[in-house]
Design a binder for this molecule. Structure first.
Ligand SMILES: Cc1ncc(COP(=O)(O)O)c(C=O)c1O
Length: 457
């Protein structure tokens, strides 16, 4: 053992130390994220336009770039207490195995039935829908964690929940689907013939395995065509990052308890919600000039929106029914290879993170999936937790940083987000264990096809 373990393996907060407010990092950004645009007029979306799709309170949160803190309603705080605070774990075993002088911590969000951080925003969005007197909500889900989280939140609050699940996940993860149905959700594989946009996508791309962008289009259409329904989204939007700030606020409170200041903060990035939430309070300090941190977004080499995308206005969905968002994007028509396991398959990135990245306040790297699963397997054997493939992108990057420290002798403190567990990803693990997993990196020509579809703004 390289040091006396003054820091416990798991740092928990008392209930009384849990955050009572979410932190809105946009309030401290000098360059605000660009507004959502109406695709018809190219003018910023107004409250009135957005409230046809989203719940009123969530639209207010979405449009608010200036209020730094939002009270977490007591009912949501109470729900959080059922599975939060989540532990901040000191990865002593991993450090020892890597023989690194680095100190590694991970914030583990997988300790709830949905198996990921998604529940933090699902309960908030379902709560505001219920409070508005709605009958139900519609949504998309990729790997299935968001759909599961929303199903749990809706079951708790007595709301109807309709989930459009990306077809390849629907087929690869039947048990994930059944968990959602057990919580009372109605699950449809996307693209489907239940919506106009689904039928159009099916006729243009017969046999498609679907994408998050397609499923979003279907879920939005389902919401606006039924009375008493609104659409909810599990990532990308600024309101989701706001709710997920609970991850970063808890992490910071736990570190502060022991006087620990991280040097490097790492998170996987699909649409950006866990990373945005984890880094928010730290980024706030960085933006206010109080402290500096190295912040790294990790994305899959097969869907590299930050590292190889364009910073441009784009549709959030394949069917082009949603507002335009300015973000790092591969184009809303980009469909990642079905070879790629798990989430992180979204073509764009949160506007907040895109702006922070463009302002060089954070870095991004991409990693191939066999390397990610190699790290996942090692982590499972050493730290005991079977990680989600998405989270394993952050594990791999954290291990690489720790190995660099071994070479340089630096005793950096590394914090990464362990967003979830991988029990429903065993088909991907099976492929990896059988040596059948391959890497897919899109060529520049592949990406050019996606960029060609970017709207002119
Ligand atoms: C476990 C897990 N981690 C990370 C992500 C990526 O999403 P985001 O970038 O919004 O955190 C997902 C998305 O499905 C997920 O299920």
């Amino acid at each position: 053992m390289k040091e006396t373990k003054k820091i416990p393996y798991k740092i928990y907060l008392e209930e009384s130390e849990m955050p009572k407010k979410w932190y809105n990092v946009r309030a401290d950004m000098k360059n605000k994220p660009a507004p959502l645009l109406n695709p018809g007029t190219l003018e910023p979306m107004t409250f009135e336009e957005l409230r046809g799709v989203f719940c009123d309170e969530l639209v207010r949160q979405e449009l608010d770039d200036t209020t730094p803190y939002f009270d977490i309603p007591q009912e949501i705080q109470d729900f959080y207490k059922m599975y939060r605070p989540s532990p901040l774990v000191r990865a002593y075993c991993l450090e020892e195995s890597l023989q690194t002088p680095a100190k590694i911590y991970y914030k583990f969000e997988g300790n709830n039935t949905s198996g990921s951080h998604k529940l933090n925003s699902a309960i908030a969005q379902a709560y505001y829908a219920k409070k508005q007197g709605l009958k139900g909500v519609t949504t998309e889900t990729g790997a299935g964690q968001w759909g599961t989280a929303l199903s749990m939140a809706c079951a708790y609050l007595g709301l109807d929940c309709q989930v459009y699940m990306v077809k390849c996940s629907y087929e690869q993860k039947p048990f994930r689907r059944e968990v959602m149905r057990t919580y009372g959700a109605n699950v449809t594989p996307s693209p489907s013939d239940t919506t106009n946009v689904g039928r159009k996508i099916l006729s243009e791309h017969p046999g498609t395995s679907g994408s998050l962008g397609c499923a979003i289009s279907e879920a939005v259409e389902a919401a606006v065509s039924q009375d008493g329904y609104r659409y909810v989204l599990g990532s990308v939007l600024s309101q989701v990052l706001l709710h997920q700030s609970v991850i970063g606020l808890e992490t910071k409170a736990a570190l502060d308890k022991y006087g620990i200041t991280p040097d490097v903060i790492i998170g996987c990035a699909g649409g950006g919600s866990n990373l945005g939430g984890l880094i928010s309070p730290f980024m706030g300090e960085k933006l206010r000039g109080e402290k500096d941190y190295q912040i790294i977004a990790v994305e899959p080499a097969s869907c590299p929106s930050l590292t190889r995308g364009r910073y441009a206005y784009d549709f959030c969905d394949t069917g082009m029914v949603c507002p335009l968002a300015k973000m790092y994007t591969l184009g809303s028509g980009f469909i990642p290879s079905p070879n790629h396991a798990g989430g992180l398959r979204y073509h764009g990135m949160s506007s907040v993170l895109s702006q922070l990245y463009d302002d060089k306040l954070m870095e991004a790297i991409s990693i191939e999936q066999t390397a990610v699963f190699g790290a996942a397997t090692k982590f499972a054997r050493i730290e005991g937790i079977l990680p989600a493939p998405e989270s394993s992108h952050a594990i791999k990057a954290a291990m690489d940083e720790a190995i660099k420290c071994k070479e340089t002798g630096e005793e950096k403190t590394i914090v990464f987000g362990l967003t979830g567990t991988g029990y429903f990803d065993m088909m991907a693990y099976e492929k990896f264990n059988n040596g059948e997993m391959t890497d897919y990196i899109p060529s520049d020509e592949d990406l050019a096809k996606g960029f060609a579809g970017l709207p002119e703004v």
